[in-house]
Design a protein around this ligand. Structure first.
Ligand code: MV4
Length: 671
C-alpha cells in the first residue's frame, strides 16, 4: 500500500480522499492557497503545504509547486481529485517522472481521450458504438456540409476540444449550416485555441447515462454499472442517480460491455467514466446509446456508485495505484438499492442561479439522513475563487422511491445562512412529477424553471414569528435554556410589541400581544393572525395555527432572522423603529456592508451633519478597501457598529435621519 499521499485538490473531494486514506492508515498531505489557509481539508490532513495565492492558476494549477511539495513532504503518490490538474496529461507525466505515483491513468490514456474526434475514432475502431457523424481531420466547409447531408439534418456541430457545451451548434437544414459552422469555429478558436469541429446526428431526446469503469495494471477492467446524470442545467449536473431509471437489463449489459471495451482499448488503469448519450424518445433500447467521451478521473458523482455497489472507489484507486489487482472482478459486483446525489451550491436560483459568495454564518447539513460530502463548515467563506459547491447530499434506499423521499427530507433539513443556497430549488426538483415518475431528461429543468425557482411568499405566521424573534420576545431567559422564552409568560415591558420587518426590501409592520402560555395574536401588515409556539424535541419550534402544527427552525443573526420550514426559507431583517419609519431600502437612509469584512474606519457620530459623497466608513474585505460614502446630504441618526468590528454582508452600519414625509409601508409580495 502507499505510505503517504499528497492530495492536489481542495474542498469536498480533498476531504473525501483524506478520509479514505485515514481509514487505510495512509498518511496525507494537503495543499492550500491563501484563501484556503483555514479550510477544512487543511485541518483534516496530517500535514499541509502552502502552494500559492488564491487564484487557482497560481496555486492548485501549479503542477511544479505541487510536485515539489510532494517530494519535500516525502509523499510517494499524488491524488489529483477532479478538476484542476486531474486530466492534464503533462502533469500526470511530470508526476511519474519525479518518481511519484500518479493516482489515475497513464498520461497516454488521458491524452487519447482528450480530443473528441480522436477519441471517437479510437472507440469506433474498438467496436464501441459512437454517434453517427463525421470526426475526421478535413475541415473544409463544403466537405463538412456534404457530410452533414449524408448524416441527415438536424445535426450538431461540436468543437473537438470542446466541453460544457462550448462551440456546440444545432443545425436544422443545409441553408443554415455554413453560418453555424463559422460561428462554432470562432467560438472554439477563442475558447480552446482549436477551431476543429466534428459533425454529429442530433439526438433529440437525450439521456446522459455514464458507466463507471475501473482498470488495474494487470490487464483487468470492470464496470460498476451506470449513473443517470440527465438532470442538468447549462451543462451543470444538478441531481444524479444510480442505477438509471427505466434501464432494461439487456441495455445495462450492452453498455457495461461497451464501456469495458473502451477502457481496454487504451489499457486503462484506475477510475474512469465512459459517458454515453442515449436516445430515449421511445424508451431505453440496447441499440440506442452511443459513446460521447471518457472522463479519465474520479467524478463528482462517484458516491452514487459507491452507494449501490458498496465499493469505496477511492480505496480502489489507492490499491490500484500501489500495484494491487482490482479488489473484485465483474461477477463479484452487483447493484443493491438506489441512490441519489444532489449538489448543494451557494447560488441564488431566484436570480438566475447567480453564484453567491460570503460567509456561511450558520450551516446545518442533514448528516442523520444522508451521506454528506462537504469541504466547508459554519464560519467558512464561499470565496469567488473556486467552485461554490457547499456539499453533496447522497441518499440510498432499497428502491428509487425511498431514496428519493429521503433526499427530499434531507434537503429540507439543510439550514444555511449568510450565503444563499439552491436547497429549495433542489427540494422542489425532488418533488417534480416527471422526475418522481423516473423520467429525468436534459430539458426538464428548463421546462419547469419558474415553478422550481419562484419566490414563495412567507406566510403571515412566519412573519409574525420573525417579528417575535427580532423583538427579543423569544430570547432565552438563561444561557442554557434557549427556548426559555417560549414556555413562560413574558412581561410586555421587557420586549417591544411592535417591529417593522424588512422582507427583501418590503417593509412589513407587525404588532403582537401574548394571549396565553406560548400563545400570541399578531397583526401582520394590517391582518390578524393567531398562533402558538412550543418546542419540538429536536431544537425546532412547533408553530401551531388553527389546530395544525408545523416544524420550523429559526436561525438568528444580530438584526436578522431566517425561518426554515416546509423545505423553504425566508430571511427577514429588522428595521429600527427609532431610526424613523420611512427608511425605504432605496431611499439611501441606511448604509449597509456590501460585503463581509472589517470596519477599518468610522467617521460618523449620531447627530452629525454629513454631505453627499462624504466618507462615512472604510471597510476592508478580501484585502481590498472599500469606501462607504453618504448617499445624500443629511444627519447621522444611528451608528450601529464600532471601528475595528468584523461585520457580515448586509449588516447595517449606520442610518441617516429621514428626510421628511409620512411613513410608507411596502406591500409584501403575493404568490
Ligand atoms: C449531443 C446532444 C444531442 N445530440 N450530441 C452536451 C454537452 C456534451 N457533453 C454533449 N452534449 C450533448 N450532445 C448529439 N449528437 C445533446 C447534448 C446535450 C446534453 C447531453 C447530456 C446532458 C445534457 C445535455 C444538455 C444539452 C445538450
Amino acid at each position: 500500500m502507499l505510505r503517504k499521499v499528497l492530495i492536489a485538490n481542495r474542498g469536498e473531494i480533498a476531504c473525501r480522499i483524506i478520509r479514505t486514506c485515514h481509514r487505510l492508515g495512509v498518511a496525507t498531505v494537503a495543499v492550500y492557497s491563501d484563501a484556503d489557509r483555514d479550510a477544512l481539508h487543511v485541518s483534516l490532513a496530517g500535514e499541509a503545504v502552502h502552494v500559492g495565492p488564491s487564484p487557482a492558476a497560481e496555486s492548485y494549477l501549479r503542477g511544479d509547486a505541487i510536485i515539489d511539495a510532494a517530494l519535500r513532504a516525502g509523499a510517494d503518490a499524488i491524488h489529483p481529485g477532479y478538476g484542476f490538474l486531474s486530466e492534464n496529461p503533462d502533469f500526470a507525466w511530470a508526476v511519474t517522472s519525479a518518481g511519484l505515483r500518479f493516482i489515475g491513468p497513464s498520461s497516454d490514456a488521458i491524452r487519447a481521450m482528450g480530443l473528441k474526434d480522436a477519441a471517437k475514432a479510437l472507440m469506433e475502431k474498438a467496436g464501441v458504438p459512437v454517434v453517427p457523424g463525421y470526426h475526421g481531420a478535413e475541415q473544409d466547409p463544403d466537405f463538412l456540409l456534404d457530410e452533414a447531408e449524408r448524416i441527415g439534418f438536424p445535426v450538431l456541430i461540436k468543437a473537438r476540444a470542446g466541453g460544457g457545451g462550448k462551440g456546440m451548434r444545432r443545425v436544422e437544414n443545409a441553408e443554415a449550416f455554413r453560418e453555424a459552422l463559422a460561428s462554432a469555429q470562432r467560438e472554439a478558436s477563442a475558447a480552446f485555441g482549436d477551431a476543429s469541429c466534428l459533425i454529429e446526428k442530433y439526438i433529440a431526446h437525450p439521456r446522459h447515462i455514464e458507466i463507471q469503469v475501473f482498470g488495474d495494471d494487470h490487464g483487468n477492467v470492470v464496470h460498476l454499472f451506470e449513473r443517470d446524470c440527465s438532470l442538468q442545467r447549462r451543462h451543470q449536473k444538478v441531481i444524479e442517480e444510480a442505477p438509471a431509471p427505466g434501464m432494461p437489463e439487456d441495455m445495462r449489459r450492452a453498455m457495461g460491455e461497451a464501456a469495458v471495451k473502451a477502457a481496454m482499448a487504451i489499457s486503462y488503469s484506475g477510475a474512469g467514466t465512459i459517458e454515453f448519450i442515449a436516445d430515449a424518445s421511445e424508451g431505453l433500447k440496447p441499440d440506442r446509446f452511443w459513446f460521447m467521451e471518457m472522463n479519465t478521473r474520479l467524478q463528482v458523482e462517484h458516491p452514487v456508485t459507491e452507494a449501490i455497489t458498496g465499493v469505496d472507489l477511492v480505496e480502489w484507486q489507492l490499491r490500484v495505484a500501489s500495484g494491487e489487482p482490482l479488489p473484485r472482478l465483474q461477477d463479484e459486483l452487483f447493484i443493491s438499492g438506489w441512490a441519489f446525489e444532489a449538489r448543494l451550491y451557494a447560488e441564488d436560483a431566484e436570480r438566475g442561479f447567480l453564484p453567491a459568495t460570503g460567509q456561511l454564518v450558520h450551516l446545518d447539513l442533514p448528516e442523520e439522513l444522508a451521506r454528506v460530502d462537504s469541504g466547508v463548515r459554519a464560519g467558512d467563506r464561499i470565496s469567488p475563487f473556486y467552485d461554490p459547491m457547499i456539499a453533496k447530499i447522497i441518499t440510498r434506499g432499497p428502491d428509487r422511491q425511498t431514496a428519493l423521499s429521503l433526499l427530499s427530507s434531507a434537503l429540507s433539513e439543510v439550514r444555511a445562512t449568510g450565503v444563499t443556497t439552491n436547497a429549495t430549488f433542489l427540494r422542489r426538483l425532488t418533488m417534480q412529477t416527471d422526475f418522481v415518475e423516473g423520467k429525468p431528461d436534459t430539458g426538464l429543468i428548463d421546462r419547469h424553471l419558474s415553478e422550481l425557482t419562484f419566490h414563495r411568499a412567507p406566510s403571515r405566521e412566519a412573519m409574525a414569528l420573525a417579528a417575535l424573534e427580532l423583538s427579543g420576545t423569544l430570547q432565552p431567559k438563561t444561557a442554557n435554556d434557549p427556548w426559555g422564552g417560549l414556555s413562560g409568560f413574558r412581561l410586555w415591558s421587557q420586549a417591544s410589541d411592535f417591529v417593522e420587518l424588512d422582507d427583501r426590501g418590503h417593509h412589513v409592520p407587525v404588532s403582537f400581544a401574548s394571549t396565553g402560555e406560548g400563545a400570541y395574536a399578531a397583526t401582520v401588515d394590517g391582518k390578524r393572525v393567531d398562533f402558538s409556539l412550543s418546542r419540538s424535541g429536536d431544537g425546532a419550534c412547533l408553530l401551531e395555527v388553527e389546530g395544525s402544527k408545523r416544524r420550523v427552525h429559526l436561525v438568528s443573526g444580530q438584526r436578522d432572522v431566517t425561518i426554515f420550514g416546509d423545505g423553504e426559507n425566508w430571511h427577514f431583517g429588522l428595521l429600527d423603529p427609532l431610526a424613523g419609519e420611512d427608511e425605504a431600502a432605496d431611499g439611501g437612509d441606511r448604509i449597509v456592508a456590501p460585503m463581509p469584512g472589517l470596519v477599518k474606519l468610522l467617521r460618523a457620530v449620531p447627530g452629525a451633519a454629513v454631505a453627499k459623497g462624504e466618507t462615512l466608513a472604510i471597510m476592508e474585505a478580501m484585502k481590498m478597501e472599500l469606501t462607504l460614502a453618504a448617499p445624500r446630504d443629511g444627519t447621522i441618526a444611528e451608528v450601529l457598529v464600532a471601528q475595528g468590528e468584523q461585520v457580515v454582508e448586509g449588516a447595517m452600519l449606520l442610518t441617516l435621519e429621514p428626510e421628511d414625509g409620512e411613513p410608507e409601508y411596502g406591500e409584501p409580495e403575493d404568490g
